[in-house]
Write a protein that binds this ligand. Structure first.
Ligand SMILES: Cc1cc2nc3c(=O)[nH]c(=O)nc-3n(C[C@H](O)[C@H](O)[C@H](O)COP(=O)(O)OP(=O)(O)OC[C@H]3O[C@@H](n4cnc5c(N)ncnc54)[C@H](O)[C@@H]3O)c2cc1C
Length: 452
């Protein structure tokens, strides 16, 4: 017989959205149960401890200076942050040529830089015409949602191949999918939710400025610790049945009867839950379309961050390579040295098709060419293929193909009876990020508190 639990609210998913929702509801006197499919909390945030105990983040890791909600949560539970290492020269590789630079802009031709700046300014300008709470109501929403990001990039006027490749890779890194499948309206909405496209790309003053001491997962651990027995792991929710005054949420060995439910799983996974009454067709269409793309995040660990002493920041890029972007992701103590290496979208798919030995060889060859021979001998090599993670299936957030936001976007946050929707994909400010997930949790908690 399954265990039966009564609660005011049942939260599905213990990522940052679900945990925050549960925390705020519990702080306001509601009894909660959080059902999590995995054997750990944190969802797309996954801190692993290396053999020497040092924390590394296999998933989300960086926080921007305006990510107030996650900073507030970290502060509440006593977790601190530190600045990402940026001192030294960054490297941009194009074929046989490696350019060293500091600051945001690589040393490519003045014409390329000017056209890049123009394209970015145009995206920023258009994004300001997108209402944050309802991008589908923008005056030009239909036109922008009919176009893909790839379509716009082809017409962006950016000169020189390396500048175009660099910009394409950076935008592909935001969505991790194929930019032919990503609505231009979604890009404008994302930029609007973060203030500017440079904010999304940048370390200093941007989305990659801060890391979490102890790993990004340490905040989730503390929040879950405070919730205690209310968090049930290994409890994949299979069905949600709504009645006049309550919902019944089934997760194998546990059945929760609650006044309301908060579903905080990635949109593509929401469609796998059996709803009674069934989800309306438009909502099903939204979730089927909201796919997340492939991305590989590989953590390459060394005894020390040797590149710092050699005058390198660890920030390197080579569009299309086995290490398209790298960043210094060493712990606050500076030991061990950790390089986080990424590939995105179709490049990640190609990279994943290699066998693990070839992948390792390709990443280490790229790092050695950029940072010198010491890069060839890491002490640990941690890969995560997020698109094959059963309870995530894609990185780092769902992207909406053309035509979806204008047709189904209003459903993203609209409750379905007693079911409320959290998750970074439902957020406006900081859309797609950890901060967005936290904000969505706070919004759903407020929605339920308003109704009761
Ligand atoms: C590789 C990678 C790098 C990233 N880098 C950054 C970064 O540096 N900075 C940043 O701000 N953001 C980053 N992100 C994005 C960020 O991690 C996400 O926006 C955020 O963690 C999403 O939180 P969430 O709670 O909305 O969803 P999730 O974290 O996906 O939480 C959903 C939870 O629901 C659970 N679940 C799913 N189905 C069920 C079910 N049927 N029953 C019960 N539980 C279920 C899942 O196991 C999961 O725990 C990155 C993501 C990835 C993958």
């Amino acid at each position: 017989m399954p265990e039966r639990i009564d609660a005011d609210v049942c939260v599905v998913g213990a990522g940052y959205a679900g945990l925050t929702s549960a925390r705020r509801l519990s702080q306001n006197g509601k009894s909660v149960v959080v059902l999590e499919a995995r054997d750990r909390v944190g969802g797309r945030i996954w801190t692993q401890h290396l053999s020497d105990g040092s924390p590394v983040d296999r998933g989300g890791a960086w926080l921007g200076p305006k990510h107030d909600a996650i900073f507030a949560l970290a502060h509440e539970v006593g977790v601190s942050t530190y600045k990402t290492w940026v001192k030294g020269a960054h490297l941009l590789v194009e074929g046989d040529r490696t350019r060293r630079y500091t600051g945001l802009i690589p040393k490519i031709s003045p014409l390329a830089i000017a056209t890049l700046a123009l394209a970015q300014a145009k995206i920023d300008r258009l994004s300001k015409q997108v209402p944050l709470d309802a991008p589908w109501t923008a005056k030009r929403a239909a036109e922008w949602d009919a176009r893909s990001v790839a379509w716009w990039l082809e017409r962006s006027g950016i000169r020189t191949t390396i500048a175009r490749d660099l910009f394409e890779m950076a935008v592909r890194g935001l969505f991790t999918g194929d930019l032919n499948d990503t609505s231009f309206l979604h890009l404008l909405f994302l930029v609007r939710g973060h203030g500017s496209i440079n904010t999304l790309f940048s370390i200093k003053g941007g989305s990659q400025e801060n890391m979490v001491d102890g790993g990004a997962g340490s905040i989730a651990q503390r929040v879950a610790g405070d919730l205690g027995d209310a968090v049930r792991l290994n409890a994949p929710v299979r069905s949600i049945t709504q009645h006049d005054d309550h919902v019944v949420v089934e997760a194998g060995d546990v059945v929760v009867s609650a006044r309301h439910a908060v579903v905080s799983v990635p949109p593509a996974l929401a469609g796998d839950i059996e709803f009674d009454p069934v989800l309306p067709a438009d909502r099903v269409a939204l979730y089927r379309a909201a796919i997340a793309g492939p991305e590989s995040k590989t953590l390459v660990v060394y005894d020390e961050p040797f590149w710092r002493a050699d005058g390198f920041s660890g920030q390197t890029s080579q569009p299309g390579s086995a290490a398209e972007v790298t960043l210094d992701a060493s712990p606050a103590s500076g030991s061990p040295g950790v390089i986080a290496s990424f590939t995105f979208g179709p490049v990640a798919t190609r990279f994943d098709a290699l066998d693990p030995t070839e992948r390792r060889r390709a990443v280490l060859a790229a790092l050695t060419a950029r940072l010198g021979p010491r890069a060839a001998s890491p002490t640990e090599f941690v890969e995560t293929a997020w698109w094959s993670e059963e309870w995530t299936r894609g990185c780092s957030m769902a992207h909406f193909p053309p035509g979806i936001l204008t047709r189904y976007g209003p459903l993203l946050r609209e409750p379905f009876g007693r079911v409320h929707w959290a998750g970074t994909e439902t957020s406006t400010t900081s859309h797609g990020s950890i901060d967005g997930a936290v904000r969505s949790g706070e919004r759903t908690a407020a929605e339920i508190l308003d109704r009761t």
